[in-house]
Design a protein around this ligand. Structure first.
Ligand code: ADP
Length: 577
């Protein structure tokens, strides 16, 4: 239970209603554990005794006692369930919010380690499991012991009354006997449940990967591979689920068997002790109400073990430290001119060194093309400007101010990023452009779309700017998506523009449009372009040539032609590997 302590604040706003629910649960338990056996003992003899002459009214009174107890039990049980479920759902909501919020703030490096489907599974499936446990089990943790104590005290009282010492001993002994399998099985369930959740995450990861690559799957004839991969994972998941069930489900019959032995022995002692039938029946009832809670508590134990598995996976995310954060005194109001400096910057992913001792001084409003073979560190260089990653040593500065001194949100307000394959969100084209600057008016969005040369196309769509982009922009061509992304960047009005230039995915018509749009948007900005095409380096004020994590040449296009690597890249027309 200790590990749940950190989540108690989630329950705090619902404290009063929660305790109300628990109280209703107690009423339910008392009705069940103490009320029903008492009823049996009081009502049966009165009704069935041939000597007692009951009037119809009395008979009705006795007969309606049972429904009355059940009514009270029913109402309190219902209230209890509703409240606990309500609180459980609130708990899950808050846990998901905390997890989602943490995911938004985590550094990019984190996402390289997990598949998105895996994270999705943790966000949904694992939190759901924890909620189920909180709802069902936390309630049982209060209710079942209460039923047990109620029924057990009744049994002891009766046993004393009928001087059945052996019966008391019996009742006292079989209880611990039930606890042993509960503990053993609980341990087994923990191990199996963790595996089951891992398998589920793996399956979700595979499915989401597959669905987001539907084109590649067909293009490379990967259907059979995908199907057999899915089949294998599904099989492993079902096996893992079945292993949990094997242990989980054995608990009830085991405890029922132990309790049946108890009842058999009770039968024997009762016959010996000449216990009247009605007392005996009530005793069997009370005995049942003693074993049942033990059974349920055993299941609670199992459920907590299952939830522990899920919680491990949730906390793996929650406990990942957010590495890139704002300093307390970071500058929040930052309007850059656009001068960018790298001073002795080195960087590695995990332990793979990617950039070493990078020095570069870029004046505001310079157009910089970044060139080099694949894996040379170009993207990483660009990513450091946005502070997606933190340099291991050295400093990146904007207008002479180290990035760590600037609030992250302020820094990113000064940068517009256009990736090679821009993502459009499931929203209208209007809103997709407005993402660049959320307070932009519709007119400003139209103006940006005109500059990016996408306005006419949008207008020609049946629903104009209200056209939905489709999932990840599936309904638009590569060139159209690029231009939407450029409109977004233009609208942002940021002094620094980071471009991963679109490659040959664009047809020549689109390319011309994108180039013109780009030239317009770049005016007066500091532009870093990972260049895949000649036109870019020809237009650039400065070219940085990267190789193996270093800048090996830095100058104008003509100056760089003297460099043999540049010359060979140029001759091969393969500027960025
Ligand atoms: P380029 O853009 O020049 O192709 P990158 O900056 O993308 O090069 O990558 C440089 C090196 O860093 C490559 O060897 C690549 O495998 C590695 N790398 C890139 N991103 C990551 C990442 N998120 N985690 C680990 N290694 C990475």
């Amino acid at each position: 239970m200790n590990r749940y302590q950190r989540y108690f604040p989630f329950l705090k706003p619902y404290r009063n209603i929660y305790f109300g629910g628990i109280f209703a649960g107690l009423v339910y338990s008392i009705c069940t554990g103490f009320g029903l056996p008492t009823m049996m003992q009081a009502v049966f003899p009165a009704v069935f005794n041939p000597d007692s002459e009951l009037s119809s009214l009395q008979l009705i009174g006795y007969a309606s006692l049972l429904p009355a107890v059940f009514l009270l039990r029913g109402i309190s049980g219902y209230l209890n369930q509703m409240v606990i479920n309500f609180v459980g759902l609130q708990f899950m909501r808050q846990m998901r919010e905390a997890l989602f919020e943490h995911l938004q703030r985590l550094q990019l490096g984190f996402f390289g380690k997990y598949r998105s489907g895996e994270l999705h599974a943790r966000l949904t499936q694992d939190t759901q499991l924890v909620q189920t446990v909180i709802t069902e089990s936390a309630n049982d943790l209060v209710r079942q012991p209460a039923i047990l104590i109620g029924a057990f005290s009744w049994l002891i009282y009766q046993a004393f009354d009928n001087q059945m010492v052996l019966f008391i001993l019996l009742a006292c002994l079989t209880v611990p006997l039930c606890v042993l399998p509960v503990r053993f099985i609980g341990r087994k369930v923990l191990a199996k449940a963790k595996r089951q959740q891992d398998q589920f995450g793996d399956l979700s990861g595979t499915v989401s990967e597959n669905l987001s690559a539907s084109r590649e799957v067909r293009a490379y004839n990967l259907e059979e591979r995908a199907i057999s991969g899915f089949r294998d994972r599904m099989l492993s998941l079902v096996q893992a689920q079945f292993r949990v069930l094997v242990y989980h489900r054995v608990l009830s019959p085991l405890i029922e068997f132990i309790s049946a032995i108890g009842v058999g022995l009770a039968l024997y002692f009762a016959a010996r002790g000449e216990v009247p039938l009605e007392t005996f029946l009530a005793m069997i009832g009370a005995l049942y109400f003693s074993y049942d809670p033990i059974k349920k508590l055993g299941l609670v134990h199992n459920n907590f073990q299952k939830a522990n598995g899920a919680l491990d996976r949730i906390e793996e995310i929650l406990d990942t430290r957010i590495e890139i954060t704002d300093q307390d005194d970071a500058i929040g109001d930052f309007n850059a001119r656009g001068q960018v400096s790298f001073k002795n910057v080195s960087f590695s992913y995990e332990d793979q060194a990617v950039l070493s001792e990078i020095n570069a001084e870029i004046q505001a409003a310079t157009r910089v093309a970044i060139v080099g073979p694949s894996g040379a560190g170009k993207t990483t260089f660009i990513n450091l400007i946005s502070r997606f990653y933190e340099a291991d040593s050295g400093e990146v500065l904007i207008d002479g101010c180290p990035l760590s001194r600037i609030k992250l949100s302020a820094l990113r307000d000064n940068i517009a990023l256009v990736p090679q394959e821009p993502i459009l969100f499931q929203d209208s084209l209007l809103e997709n452009i407005r993402l660049g600057r959320k307070d932009a008016s519709d007119e400003e969005v139209f103006a940006a779309a005109k500059v990016a040369q996408i306005h006419d196309f949008i207008k020609s769509c049946p629903e104009g700017y209200q056209t939905l982009a489709g999932e990840r922009g599936a309904l638009l061509s590569g060139g159209q998506k690029q231009r939407i992304a450029l409109a977004r960047a233009f609208l942002r009005g940021a002094p620094i523009l980071l471009l991963d230039e679109a490659t040959s995915a664009l047809d020549s018509e689109s390319e011309k449009g994108v180039q013109q749009a780009l030239a317009e948007i770049s005016k007066g900005k500091t532009v870093f372009t990972i260049a895949h095409r000649f036109s870019t380096i020809r237009n650039a004020d400065r070219v940085l040539l990267f190789d193996k994590g270093k800048i090996i040449a830095d100058g104008t296009f003509d100056e760089l032609l003297k460099n043999s690597l540049f010359k060979s890249l140029y001759d091969n027309q393969n500027l960025s590997g």
